[in-house]
Write a protein that binds this ligand. Structure first.
Ligand code: FES
Ligand code: FES
Length: 167
């Protein structure tokens, strides 16, 4: 048995050792928000958080993460609705076709933790780990910066504070 805690829900699954985490999330748990693009670790569409760190689920065997805490895009929104990061993506027009968006959001959740208060160039570099064919990244970087960086007084931007900032 492989035990995965996904978005706060415990699962015990019979998983063949060859199966990828991305496939188990999508096919066994029905969490199709995790997209599969290149299947070779390049595009980042399959990004999830494993114990809080962003990771390519297309390069991860499900049995490798036995006992781990997994977060997927389905787990981002809270009971009260979209989180600041998701709202920032909408506000900044950080998506077009949306194929890369689940992976971008999960990478961003990690980047916001790691680079809170960082300048946009650091955020741009970090978000470059995932590929987007549509947006040119400008809106994505603005959205992440909106949540990751403190807003100077009097300037429009994120009104999120504390732990609520993250996602
Ligand atoms: S599908 Fe995993 S990195 Fe592209
Ligand atoms: S919004 Fe289309 S690939 Fe990023």
């Amino acid at each position: 048995m492989t035990r995965l805690r996904v978005n706060g829900v415990d699962h015990e699954l019979e998983v063949e050792p060859r199966r990828l985490l991305a496939d188990v999330l999508r096919e066994d748990l029905g969490l199709t928000g995790t997209h599969i693009g290149c299947e070779q670790g390049v595009c980042g569409a399959c990004t999830v958080l494993i114990d809080g760190q962003s990771a390519r689920s297309c390069l991860t065997l499900a049995v490798q993460v036995d006992g781990a805490e997994i977060a997927t895009v389905e787990g981002l929104a809270g009971a009260e609705g979209l989180r600041p990061l998701q709202r920032a993506f909408a506000t900044e027009h950080a998506l077009q076709c949306g194929f890369c968006t689940p992976g971008m959001l999960m990478l961003a959740a990690d980047v916001i933790q790691e680079l809170a208060g960082a300048d946009p160039s650091s955020i741009r570099e970090a978000m470059g780990a995932n590929l987007c064919r549509c947006t040119g990244y400008e809106g994505i970087v603005r959205a992440v910066a909106r949540v990751a960086s403190p807003t100077p007084p009097g300037r429009p931007g994120s009104n999120a504070t504390g732990s609520d900032r993250l996602t």
